[in-house]
Design a binder for this molecule. Structure first.
Ligand code: 5RP
Length: 220
């Protein structure tokens, strides 16, 4: 069973969490693309979606699912998104696809955050995957120097611009043993829009594709 099969299985399992006649929160990435595909048979049962990226919006609309502006929505029972890494507490690294800020905004509104992933994403300590930071372009060098002081090795994501018009620094070399503390510390740096640690608001459930099965992991 490939990682892609595990992503698809996890994505299909997430559909069962959707409540009829509600607006579904939809994240970004290859696992979420499987989730959007899995919405096809039930799309007539939902009111529509809010989306964390231009890419997901285009995919949803191509399927005939209405995508709402988040400012017109105050109730999102379920948000479904992938992750780059998760620890056992369901603290996450996200933003490999660069959509971290919009993803974090929707998780703030959503009542339940269902994370979907293949089994490689669950790790004992996060940090092997470089932590993405969205930064206002003129603050890039200053923010990079401050990130070095926090013990990281920031690398500019060359040629990439977020949907918000900003740049991404990916921090290498971290061992994230205090996800909440690091999330707070990075967000204190002037010029940082947000960082890809989802610890203060992590996932409520992780649906992890493992071989033919999907494991339901709750935060420890
Ligand atoms: C995008 C994200 C994605 O959820 C994360 O990068 C995982 O992607 P994939 O499902 O392709 O492995 O945070 O900003």
């Amino acid at each position: 069973m490939s990682a892609q099969d595990e992503k698809r299985n996890a994505a299909e399992a997430a559909v069962k969490y959707i409540e009829e006649n509600t607006i579904v929160g939809v994240g970004t990435g290859s696992t979420v693309n499987c989730f959007i595909d899995a919405l096809e048979p039930i799309k007539h049962l939902i009111d529509g979606a809010v989306s964390s990226s231009v890419a997901s919006t285009e995919r949803l609309e191509a399927m005939g699912i209405r995508v709402y502006d988040l400012n017109t929505v105050d109730h999102i029972p379920v948000y479904v998104d992938g992750a780059d890494e998760s620890d056992a507490g369901l603290n996450l690294i996200k933003g490999g696809g660069g959509a971290l800020t919009r993803e974090k905004i929707i998780t703030a509104v959503a009542q339940k955050f269902i994370c979907i992933a293949d089994q490689s994403k669950l790790v004992p300590v996060m940090g092997a995957f470089p932590l993405p930071i969205e930064v206002i372009p003129m603050a890039r060098s200053y923010v990079a120097r401050e990130l070095v002081k926090l013990g990281g090795d920031p690398v500019y994501r060359d040629g990439f611009k977020t949907d918000n018009g900003n740049i991404i620094l990916d921090i290498h070399g971290l061992q994230i043993t205090d996800p909440k503390g690091l999330e707070t510390a990075i967000n204190q740096i002037t010029g940082v829009v947000t960082n890809g640690l989802f610890a203060h608001r992590g996932a409520d459930v992780l649906l992890l594709g493992r071989g033919d099965d999907v494991e339901t992991v709750l935060p420890q």
